[in-house]
Ligand binder design. Structure first.
Ligand SMILES: [Mg+2]
Length: 442
């Protein structure tokens, strides 16, 4: 869909200002854009009635129109026509790809390929580093290690429950399952949850430290293929709200970074096999949206970035009828932490670093937003905050890599990945296949 309208597209083909600065259009460009939106703008009258109904009973939205409550924000978005909704999202993300300049487009595509590779390698490396100190406290980690290099200098560490020692340099379930999601996106046209569950089950390697609920689902799937949907409620009647679906969803953010509906749909389909609680769906959506926003933004503006995530969350609430207050408030905490420059330890206390999606996803977002110009600093923050370090670092690393590209990832860290079959070069190839899938569809 050409969301800008043909008239505007023709104008931008000959106007450098509008092509290169979509948030600062020239008067002719602005007029062309508004003209192409005129039909939808007329429909906006409906919005005022819907929003008015809500604000009659909501003091927050009545008194603070620039700081709406989640319900007010949903009412606003629900009534905005899809066309303008997409336009708003794109303008928030400062997207400006134009077919008029083929050299620049080619350069953009090269940069985009770097970002795809950066995201998968960034997730892999975050997982590998975080795995060494998984479930430890910040105090323990700081006493034991002075830097990420110190962590990677370990060769093996004792494993719980009498299992063989953990060999440093291996990745955990986060990366193992992310591989399955990427291959599912590349190879499966229908993107069915059942097919993804089959992939997860076939790829399951218990030595990768799966959560017990997920591992039980993957073990039982082969004998229960017909009842696969009931497996996700086997351990938790309401479904798991762990971070197990957010930790593996980065490829969805990459593949659908220009298509929010596709992103929302694939994100939910990828969560369903093992994590069907509303908070798990929302966590996966926030993480995939964050990867998408990171890929698209030229430079990170924390407020625009968080607003884009809120738009996605509010649209999800409107589409699915889910209460998104918990994540909305967690984004408030992230936003406040960024604005006030709050230290990482204090943010870990406020947000939490546990395995629930509602704690670890916002924590990963903060680790990235507080260090958005440095992959190394993002990972350092995530790993030294303690808790579910492999997953928080994998998620923060996927976002940082998606924004900064492969070149931002320290090569001497990557050299410490010790995997026989799936080393960094294999992930580069996987990212290239994913990129090919993206360019084929767009
Ligand atoms: Mg893990």
């Amino acid at each position: 869909m050409n969301i800008y309208g043909d008239k505007f597209q023709k104008h931008s083909d000959v106007c450098e200002q509008c092509r290169n600065h979509p948030s600062d259009l020239c008067p002719t460009g602005l007029a062309a854009l508004l003209e192409s939106m005129s039909d939808e703008v007329e429909n906006l009258n409906d919005f005022s009635n819907k929003f008015q109904d809500h604000s009659d009973v909501c003091e927050q939205c009545r008194r603070h129109p620039f700081d709406l409550c989640p319900t007010g924000f949903s009412a606003l978005l629900e009534s905005i026509p899809q066309h303008i909704n997409s336009l708003a999202l794109d303008s928030e993300l400062v997207m400006h790809h134009s077919n008029a300049d083929s050299d620049r487009l080619a350069a953009d595509m090269t940069e985009l390929a770097y970002r795809f590779r950066g995201s998968l390698l960034g997730a892999l490396l975050g997982d590998v580093i975080g795995a060494v100190v998984e479930a430890e406290s910040p105090g323990y980690i700081r006493n034991a290690y002075g830097s990420v290099e110190d962590i990677l200098a370990e060769t093996e560490i004792p494993e719980a429950l009498g299992n063989p020692p953990w060999r440093v340099g291996r990745y955990t379930d986060d990366t193992q399952m992310m591989i399955s999601v990427a291959e599912w996106l590349i190879e499966d046209e229908s993107l069915s949850s059942r097919d993804l569950l089959q992939r997860f089950s076939q790829a399951c390697d218990p030595s990768r430290r799966y959560g017990p609920g997920t591992e039980a689902i993957l073990r039982k799937f082969p004998a229960n293929e017909e009842q696969w949907q009931s497996l996700s409620r086997m351990s938790f009647p309401q479904g798991s709200y762990g971070n197990g679906s957010a930790m593996r969803v980065a490829p969805v953010g990459l593949c659908f970074h220009r298509d929010f509906d596709g992103l929302a749909s694939a994100s939910a389909a990828s969560s369903r096999p093992t994590h069907c609680h509303p908070l798990a769906y929302q966590g996966a959506l926030l993480q995939s949206s964050a990867v998408a926003a990171a890929v698209r933004m030229e430079k990170i503006d924390e407020n625009l970035f968080l607003r884009a995530l809120r738009i996605g969350l509010a649209r999800h609430a409107a589409d699915k009828g889910q209460d998104t207050t918990v994540f909305w408030e967690a984004l408030d905490v992230v936003e406040d932490g960024i604005r006030t420059g709050t230290a990482i330890d204090e943010m870990a206390r406020r947000l939490g670093t546990g395995t629930a999606a509602l704690k670890s996803v916002p924590m990963a977002l903060f680790c990235f937003l507080a260090n958005s110009d440095s992959y190394a600093d993002t990972i350092q923050a995530a790993v030294f905050a303690g808790g579910d370090t492999d997953t928080i670092a994998a998620m923060a690393g996927a976002i940082a890599g998606a924004h900064l590209g492969e070149q931002a990832i320290p090569s001497h860290w990557l050299a410490e990945v010790r995997e026989d079959k799936h080393g960094p070069d294999w992930f580069r190839e996987l990212a290239s296949r994913l990129f090919h899938r993206f360019t084929t569809d767009n």
